[in-house]
Design a protein around this ligand. Structure first.
Ligand SMILES: Nc1nc2c(c(=O)[nH]1)N[C@H]1C(S)=C(S)[C@@H](COP(=O)(O)OP(=O)(O)OC[C@H]3O[C@@H](n4cnc5c(=O)[nH]c(N)nc54)[C@H](O)[C@@H]3O)O[C@H]1N2
Ligand SMILES: Nc1nc2c(c(=O)[nH]1)N[C@H]1C(S)=C(S)[C@@H](COP(=O)(O)OP(=O)(O)OC[C@H]3O[C@@H](n4cnc5c(=O)[nH]c(N)nc54)[C@H](O)[C@@H]3O)O[C@H]1N2
Ligand code: SF4
Ligand SMILES: [Mo]
Length: 740
């Protein structure tokens, strides 16, 4: 660790100790997360009063919680979650503290790199990098047109603006998010039913909430944990449907250990109970929906006994859960979930998402207190065209929209783009804040596909697995060292927040996202769309909503719009083609699916006789995707608590002669690897659970390299029909003890 890095001691003193410990122990997270005022002892330990403060946003996950940083002598002494930020609500999680270390990590990228003929990276100047990339971009456009170019980015406040503007200015519509490996199927399925990709469950005020493959205590957002804690203390009924008993159990009443990949059958079974017993809001359905009768007829066969045979959940439990929901409605809902069960996991994920919205519709809970809400947001207004000219609209559609017609053009399916790189159709790809090569299935296929590109450019802060594959690696300064565009957040009271610069640049040859893409655009001959600074654009955007950069800073980095606040009971506008809630969807039928959700079996199913288990992944509270394992203090938590082990059910372990802590070989047709086992009663016996953060294969991430197994190595390359998701859990593996 360099001198500037927070030491382990100061890391713990800075407030993360409690949070980190709580994260490991699981659901104590909320109580453990640090908040409140600056601890005077910390200030003292840093040798005197803190001199500057700045409000900014965390970058350790997509929640981007707001915090105040206390900076002394150019170093961060303390950060505290901003009370006014809707996701932080005064707290940060362990990752929010741990990730601060990225700024001074010794494994940072510090200068532009180019891969030579021998496959070795050599430092080059920014000017050389821009000139050579521009030349290769032009060659691709000349040969195959701008549609042979694509961008993959995980949306960040500036990143989503600049990457899109850059690609569109070049004439390409191929701008992909991480969605295909996260929430594409969920949002696309929801859109078919309710005309929008998401809603929020009013957990804090609910009488009953069911989580289907969503763990607030592991996949943390501080405000969600607080809301759940509040609901639990109030006596709300909280049910977890999950093949493993996740850490949210501390705030829940019941764990339903479903066979993974079968949630759709559970939903159809519960819906059968409500419909056949007349326990649903018939008037609400008649007034607001289309296609109910057709779906209801098909539900006749989906009895609880039928659902039991698929899900492994007793029919009596399915009946009871449905009746409990009916009793609690409309102050009840199935939480929208995020990724775990139907964000992108199976061939039935989009259809599962549809069934979730239909079940909530039966409860009549939309926009009801304690139900499922569509909260408002505020967005940027029109800017001065002379200063910020609009990029001409790209006529072509994002590649993949024809093949996966239910996918959302705002996300696209970047795995389809990779497949097209493999086929030689896409020739140049850019990656911003994305580690696609390690976080998507299948890693071996992706390495081969990306290896065929004529041009691959990666903008990152460390040598990710994706960066390793690139022709050019461009080093960004860390999130602590840059101002970004304002971030608008929807909610009961919508607001706008700001990632502001906290530290001076640690490495002089690193640049920020806005600088990199503006300079690249100039080199590529489309600089006329980038003739402004990020400060100018941020200020202009804020002026359109009655603020300015200065007033937002003065407001503490977050400003809310109370005049646009949500009101219970209002009737949502259903932005579907029929203007109604759609039990049937023409688009789904046109895509070759059933017009209404019916049972779709996952592509592969575990076979007890053959000894195969379904490989299921999930988050740990102190880690984010692949990006935090190289943070020494966060990895130390993994080591201290032995957290890189795979979970195996005690019954299966006994049958295989495997004991807790044993080293095992996990294998399938894609990959074989060695890891250690946690033997537990907390996992469904058809499942092998693998924490999803480990198995880093980039030697330049010296802390993370080689620790644990990587889920995506085992998952075959497969794309969900219609929806375009990566089918991240359509993987079967076998496990055996090393030496057995
Ligand atoms: N193995 C595995 N795969 C996963 C997941 C998982 O948990 N494990 N999660 C899935 C989910 S839910 C999602 S949303 C996606 C997320 O997919 P990604 O967005 O690709 O997430 P990460 O794998 O964390 O990779 C983020 C990359 O951005 C880099 N980065 C961090 N900060 C900065 C910065 O300031 N600037 C730039 N330019 N780069 C930066 C990191 O070094 C890292 O290489 O992954 C999905 N795939
Ligand atoms: N600590 C942490 N928090 C995060 C992130 C992170 O990387 N780390 N990333 C953020 C992002 S981008 C996202 S998308 C969210 C993800 O948030 P979640 O979706 O809540 O997180 P996961 O851990 O992917 O999945 C949740 C649960 O789904 C279960 N599950 C897996 N398969 C199935 C299934 O077939 N059926 C059912 N019913 N359950 C299943 C897993 O066992 C796991 O406990 O987290 C956000 N918050
Ligand atoms: S939930 Fe944690 S990691 Fe994510 S933005 Fe908030 S503090 Fe950072
Ligand atoms: Mo995600």
């Amino acid at each position: 660790m360099s001198e500037k890095t927070l030491t382990r001691r100061t890391f713990l003193e800075a407030g993360a100790g409690l949070a980190a410990g709580a994260a490991v122990l699981g659901a104590a997270g909320a109580a453990g997360m640090a908040g409140a005022a600056l601890d005077p002892e910390v200030a003292h330990a840093w040798g005197g009063p803190v001199v500057t403060t700045a409000h900014s946003l965390c970058n350790a996950c997509s929640s981007k919680c707001g915090f105040t940083a206390y900076v002394r002598d150019g170093e961060i002494a303390q950060v505290i979650g901003d009370a006014g930020h809707p996701y932080a609500k005064g707290k940060l999680c362990a990752r929010g503290y741990g990730y601060l270390q990225i700024a001074t990590s010794e494994d940072r990228l510090t200068e532009p790199l180019k891969k030579n003929e021998k496959g070795v990276f050599e430092p080059i100047s920014w000017d050389q990098a821009y000139a050579e990339i521009a030349e290769r971009v032009q060659a691709i456009i000349d040969e195959a047109g701008p549609e042979a170019l694509a961008m993959v980015q995980d949306p960040r406040p500036s990143g989503k603006y600049y990457t899109k503007r850059f690609m569109n200015a070049l004439g390409s519509a191929n701008v992909y998010t991480h969605g295909a490996a996260c929430n594409l199927s969920k949002e696309a399925g929801f859109t078919q039913v309710i005309g929008t990709g998401n809603y929020s469950s009013d957990v804090a005020n609910s009488k009953m909430t069911m989580f289907i493959g969503r763990s607030y205590a592991d996949a943390i957002r501080p405000s969600s944990v607080s809301a759940l804690q509040k609901a639990h203390e109030r006596g709300a009924r909280i049910v977890l449907v999950d093949p493993r008993c996740n850490n949210t159990i501390a705030f829940a009443d019941e764990w339903v250990p479903i066979n993974p990949g079968t949630d759709l059958a559970l939903l159809l079974g519960m819906s059968h109970v409500l419909v056949t017993r007349g326990l649903y809001y018939a008037e609400y359905v008649a007034k607001n929906a289309v296609g109910f009768e057709e779906w209801a007829a098909s539900l006749a066969a989906c009895t609880p006994a039928w659902a039991e045979s698929i899900t492994g959940i007793p029919a009596s439990t399915i009946e009871r859960l449905a009746v409990e929901f009916a009793d609690a409605a409309p102050a009840a809902s199935i939480e929208p979930s995020w990724r775990g069960a139907f964000g992108c996991s199976y061939e039935n994920s989009g259809e599962t998402a549809r069934a979730v919205c239909l079940f909530n519709t039966l409860l009549g809970c939309w926009n009801q207190k304690g139900g499922a809400l569509f909260t408002p947001s505020v967005s940027v207004g029109k800017l001065d065209e002379a200063k910020f000219p609009s990029v001409p609209k790209v006529e072509a559609k994002i590649l993949g929209s024809k093949e996966y017609p239910l996918s959302l053009s705002s996300m696209g399916s970047n795995v389809y783009a990779a497949q097209q790189a493999h086929a030689g159709v896409i020739k140049g790809m850019f990656f911003y804040n994305s580690n696609m090569a390690a976080g998507y299935s299948n890693t071996a296929f992706l390495a081969e596909a990306l290896g065929r590109l004529d041009l691959m450019v990666v903008v990152d802060v460390q040598m990710s697995e994706t960066a390793q594959l690139a022709d050019y690696v461009l080093p960004e300064c860390s999130y602590l060292e840059r101002l970004e565009l304002p971030e608008f957040i929807g909610g009961k009271v919508p607001c706008v927040t700001l990632r502001d610069k906290v530290l001076e640049r640690v490495h002089p040859e690193t640049r920020s996202c806005d600088e990199i893409f503006s300079e690249l655009a100039r080199a590529c001959g489309v600089g006329e769309y980038f003739d402004f600074t990020v400060e100018e654009l941020a200020d202009a955007q804020l002026q359109t909503v009655g603020l300015s950069l200065e007033t937002l800073r003065q407001a503490g980095g977050t400003a809310s719009f109370p005049e646009a606040a949500f009101e219970y009971g209002n009737t949502p506008k259903w932005k579907t083609p029929t203007g109604k809630i759609q039990f049937t969807s023409e688009a789904c039928a046109a895509a070759g699916l059933s017009p209404y959700p019916v049972w779709v079996e996952p592509a592969v199913m575990p076979d007890g006789a053959a000894g195969t288990l379904r490989l299921v992944g999930g988050k740990q509270a102190h880690m984010s995707h692949t990006q935090t394992t190289n943070v020494a203090d966060l990895m130390q938590i993994t080591k201290d608590y032995d957290l890189d082990r795979v979970w195996l059910s005690a019954d299966v372990a006994q049958r295989l002669g495997i004991a807790d802590g044993d080293e095992v070989i996990v294998s399938n047709e894609c990959h074989e690897g060695r890891g250690r086992v946690k033997v537990t009663q907390r996992v469904n016996p058809t499942t092998l659970f693998m924490p999803s953060h480990y198995g880093c294969s980039s030697p330049e991430q010296r802390t993370a390299y080689g620790v644990g197994l990587r889920q995506m190595d085992f998952v075959p390359f497969r794309i969900e029909p219609g929806y375009g998701g990566i089918c991240s859990q359509e993987a079967l593996v076998t496990v055996k003890k090393v030496g057995a």
